[in-house]
Design a protein around this ligand. Structure first.
Ligand code: OVV
Length: 403
């Protein structure tokens, strides 16, 4: 951890807020407003990095991937100066032209046509889950719904064996904590990472993946010569890293929205075709993935300031998604809003490659709730879960009644 703070470049507003502290996570919307209003670019003295929190600059950085690169890591650590904590991702932490080839493979494996055979099964399991929870009446919406539902569909869709699946959420939590600075969240996660890393490395091998799943599909692209047989396990690792916890947080966000805004639940019940947009709006409103960094590859002008080469820039996706310059009634959860353009999945060449899987899970869960649930009530203390990148809850006790 940095013992002292680092001086701001001339003219850039310097802030001493730590966007990776529990105080920040606890009162994030106020802190986001401070970041947006301080200027188009700020200096985060605690970590010696630039930050952008307005929609225009976040969008601008996302759409200039050659200047604001990913190959030096999308966390605080600069891979040009520090060894990555695990072998670098060949899609997330890559730039064109290398990224273009690996991205094309996952684009195909996770394409709209690949979703078609999954929809009926994902829908049936969402309906079964909601029926089971209606029968219980009271439960924890995080463990029993937001975690339980993706765990019931995604590992099977990937083709994972049953044994060892308890490593999946801890591994993803580690990956997203590791994008942060060397604070306690990151350091403790890495210290405890060995068994989770060993599990994941093993499941990425072809012989451990069931036929018909996303994992086997990726290995088949190596047979076709689109990637090498050494690259295939690393692309499977990307799905294991990014494909489960993100949807847990997304569905958790959506249920938390419906629980807090009963008039939106009423609207959803009256028109279940709003299910997909209700999920999308929850992704904008809560931004389960809050931040990513880029690294400058040259001197560049950003928000009226000259920024040197090799600087880290932190993009506040969650702040951009509520920037009043871009969104009317930004702080309102409105399932009929035009959500397109939100950066909850990023934007540009790195925009979430698994977005169709995420939206499928989110949509069918919201649709099952729309058709079956009459009311949602929060019945106990709401507890936040702290992670350097992901925003969500540890516990959301609710009771639900049948429609
Ligand atoms: C988007 C994302 C998050 C975490 C890990 C990865 C990707 C990866 O490619 O490993």
């Amino acid at each position: 951890m940095s013992a002292t703070t680092q001086a701001a470049p001339a003219g850039v507003p310097s802030l001493d807020v730590d966007p990776f502290s529990t105080e920040f996570f606890d009162d994030m919307h106020a802190a986001h407003e401070v970041l947006r209003e301080a200027g188009p670019v700020v200096w985060l003295a605690k970590w010696g990095v630039y930050g952008v929190a307005r929609y225009a600059e976040v969008h601008g950085v996302l759409h200039d991937p050659l200047t604001f690169c990913s190959g030096r890591g999308v966390g605080l650590s600069d891979f040009a100066k520090e060894k990555p904590w695990r072998p670098q991702s060949i899609i997330l932490e890559a730039d064109p032209p290398a990224h273009t080839r690996t991205r094309a493979v996952l684009n195909q494996v996770l394409s709209a046509s690949a979703m078609k055979p999954l929809r009926a099964h994902f829908t049936a399991l969402a309906e079964t889950k909601v029926d089971e929870l209606l029968a219980r009446g009271s439960f924890d919406a995080i463990a029993d719904l937001a975690e339980a539902y993706p765990l019931s569909v995604f590992p099977d869709a990937l083709g994972l064996k049953q044994e060892g699946r308890e490593h999946l959420l801890p591994y993803a939590s580690l990956v997203f904590n590791a994008f942060g600075p060397p604070n306690q969240l990151r350091q403790e996660a890495i210290e405890r990472s060995a068994p989770h890393q060993a599990y994941v490395a093993e499941q990425c091998q072809r012989e451990n993946l069931a036929p018909g799943g996303f994992g086997t599909c990726i290995h088949a692209r190596a047979d076709a010569g689109e990637i090498t047989h050494e690259e295939a396990p690393l692309l499977v690792r990307s799905l294991l890293s990014a494909g489960l916890d993100t949807t847990v947080y997304g569905i958790g966000a959506a249920v938390y929205c419906l629980a807090r805004f009963p008039e939106q639940l009423a609207k959803l019940r009256s028109d279940p075709t709003l299910a997909r947009n209700a999920f999308e709006e929850a992704v904008r409103f809560e931004s389960p993935v809050q931040t990513f960094f880029r690294t400058t590859t040259r001197e560049v002008e950003l928000g009226g300031h000259a920024i040197g080469e090799g600087e880290k820039v932190l993009m506040f996706l969650g702040a951009a998604n509520r920037d009043p310059r871009r969104w009317e009634y930004a702080d309102r959860y409105d399932i009929t809003r035009r959500t397109s353009g939100h950066v909850g999945y990023g934007s540009g060449i790195h925009m979430c490659v698994g977005q169709l899987v995420a939206r499928l899970e989110g949509e069918v869960m919201m649709a099952a709730i729309a058709r079956k649930v009459g009311s949602i009530e929060i019945t106990g203390p709401v507890k936040r879960r702290y992670n350097n990148t992901l925003r969500g809850l540890d516990s959301l006790p609710i009771s639900i009644s049948a429609a």
